[in-house]
Design a protein around this ligand. Sequence first.
Ligand SMILES: Cc1ncc(COP(=O)(O)O)c(C=O)c1O
Length: 479
Amino acid sequence: MVNMLRLPIRAFSSLPQLPKTSFEPGPYQGPTAEEISFIRQSNVTPILKPLYQKPLMLHQGHMQWLYDNKGKRYLDMFGGICTVSVGHCHPKITEAVINQFNKLGHVSSLYHHPKLFEYSKRLAEKMPGDLKVVYLLNSGSEANDLAILLARLYTGHTEILSLKNCYHGMSYQTMGLTSVGHYKYSVAPPTGFHTVMNPDVFRGPWGGSKCRDSPSQTSRECSCESEECKAGHEYISVLKNEFRSVVPAGKLAAFFAESIQGVGGTVQFPENYIKEAYRIVKENNGLFISDEVQTGFGRTGEHFWGFEGHGIIPDVVTMAKGIGNGFPLAAVVTTKEISEALTKAAHFNTFGGGPIASTIGLAVLDIIEEEKLQENSLSVGTYLLTELAKMKERTPYIGDVRGKGLMIGVEMVENNKNLTSIAPGKFSIFLEKCKDMGLLVGAGGYDKNVVRIKPPMCITREDADFTLSVMEKALKYID
Ligand SMILES: Cc1ncc(COP(=O)(O)O)c(C=O)c1O
């Protein structure tokens, strides 16, 4: 235990102060850190890898706050990896779950229960165009697996394209889509999957200072006139070539894209890229599948769905994470016509759309509307992005700031003149210092050098100011 009395007052007063809350957590009553460590080594899969050198033991949450076993409070700016959308243990969800559990916890979809239908209708109402048929599942990987099957059944084609640096899950098939090296195993890959050049305007061969739909642009030079985006044209011509080389003419099953890449480090594409890619997909008779696992449910601020920011209506949309605020809930939404392809055999999911999951889905939609969380994502997110872009100008360690709403990435580099990714040791010092000061942020990107900020959408401007102060202070420790 640190002797607080012997530390100089200055050490405390100069640290950023967490915004106040009236919430009081209960005491920690679980196993000790030593017991946890023993169980981890004896009984838990070795692939479970905590983010911090000394694992953080979290036992309680309330809205944007998390509490560790010693009662220390943290501002959660990572939201359980972009998953806690409306706030930890939101009282409205807790109440709805208790009420539902007192009535009915589980029946399979062999029977009707009202919540699956109420929720499917509500979710369909949030979708544009003919996207009106919902299949409820449990995870993002499962949703993307089903979307792959749907596309192949509907089109009769096998080939599937996705972008390099994308993450679509870790089931065997979705590993074929996912294209981030440290998520690749040395096993025979599933067949029919191809990845194409990522239109990354910060790291890629082309990019300028007007490419992104974001308050923050790269520092690259740009000679484009108003509406044109030369980088976008270049990436599209590469895509056309990739189609020629890997897709039998006119015989694509599907093209998958996140609206903004999440795990890959909040990578945004040039503004017209997705619209053009959609056109090429249609020329090749394939389905365009938008993975909204991270970008859905208002997170990008301007729109409820990330794909709306690209001006397209996809054929299939997959969603998970924020849809259930941390409860296993996922969905595939498509048109009636495409959904019929699945009826060629039986398809079943034990838990998908169960009474509890559907109850939570309904409550999440209510809360996003009642508490105007999409609007909050836009205003607090735009403020954070604008201030982070200014911070980039004050430090050599920030190479790029990007994103939309509360889907933000800060790419850290050794030196913003040559853009070498920051050394892993320095990046982990940054993360540790943020944590010590009460701020939780995530890591992403090929080199795991991108700070990922994807908090519950209930955060306030005060929380954003705290985040900025802590990050600025933590940067000093890596000097
Ligand atoms: C964009 C995207 N798609 C799919 C997935 C897979 O979701 P899950 O982990 O629920 O299987 C993730 C997970 O991080 C994701 O970020």
